[in-house]
Write a protein that binds this ligand. Structure first.
Ligand SMILES: [Cu+2]
Length: 111
């Protein structure tokens, strides 16, 4: 009787933990980074593997050009008012820059 009563409780706890884990993971899957006044906001972000960073050009009429040699992507010239998502699958820390404004630097950590 005691065993029979414990098993369902243990199963419930495991299911609850799995559900919470899934919620936590999904909350980190998409992070938005703004580009305004020739700066990335925020300057550092963290995503889980498979998560995305959405690059938003909020900079009036300025073009930006986001790329990363570390992470191996180049979204090309990005017009003001547009958004471009980039998916990060590899774990690690990646420097992201703008080809037009060399002082712009964003650090993306995937873990
Ligand atoms: Cu730029």
């Amino acid at each position: 009787m005691i065993r029979a009563a414990k098993r369902p409780l243990a199963s419930t706890i495991v299911l609850a933990a799995v559900a919470l884990g899934a919620l936590g993971a999904s909350a980190q899957q998409v992070v938005t980074v703004s580009q305004k006044n020739r700066v990335f906001h925020p300057k550092e972000v963290e995503v889980t593997p498979g998560g995305s960073v959405v690059f938003v050009n909020d900079d009036g009429e300025l073009l930006h050009h986001v790329y990363s040699r570390d992470a191996g992507f180049d979204i090309g010239e990005q017009a003001a008012g547009t958004q471009v998502p980039v998916r990060f699958s590899k774990r690690g820390t990646f420097d992201v820059r703008c080809d037009i404004h060399p002082r712009m630097l964003l650090r993306v950590t995937v873990r």
